[in-house]
Design a protein around this ligand. Structure first.
Ligand code: FES
Length: 85
């Protein structure tokens, strides 16, 4: 899901019971990862279909060094808290 916090946009995903947060901007050309499709731990960018492993932020293409920044997430009650950047 796409979420906004303090004027920045993030992609949130739940994988294996964990909540993870990625920068919303796809490193390829800035597509909105928060509007992508999640299949297991693979998030597919809606613009050109590049796939990202939300557990690591790494691109799923074999041998790729591309990464999308991940952020630490803290769950407090019903809130998902992200660090201030
Ligand atoms: S902008 Fe995400 S795959 Fe191109």
């Amino acid at each position: 899901m796409l979420v906004e916090a303090r004027g920045r946009w993030y992609a949130l995903a739940r994988v294996d019971g964990d909540v993870v947060a990625l920068d919303n901007n796809c490193p390829h050309m800035g597509g909105p990862l928060g509007r992508g499709t999640l299949n297991g731990s693979e998030l597919t960018c809606p613009w050109h279909g590049w796939r990202w492993d939300v557990r690591t932020g790494r691109n799923c293409w074999p041998g790729s060094d591309w990464r999308v920044p991940r952020l630490p997430v803290r769950i407090v009650g019903d809130e998902v808290q992200l660090p201030v950047l």
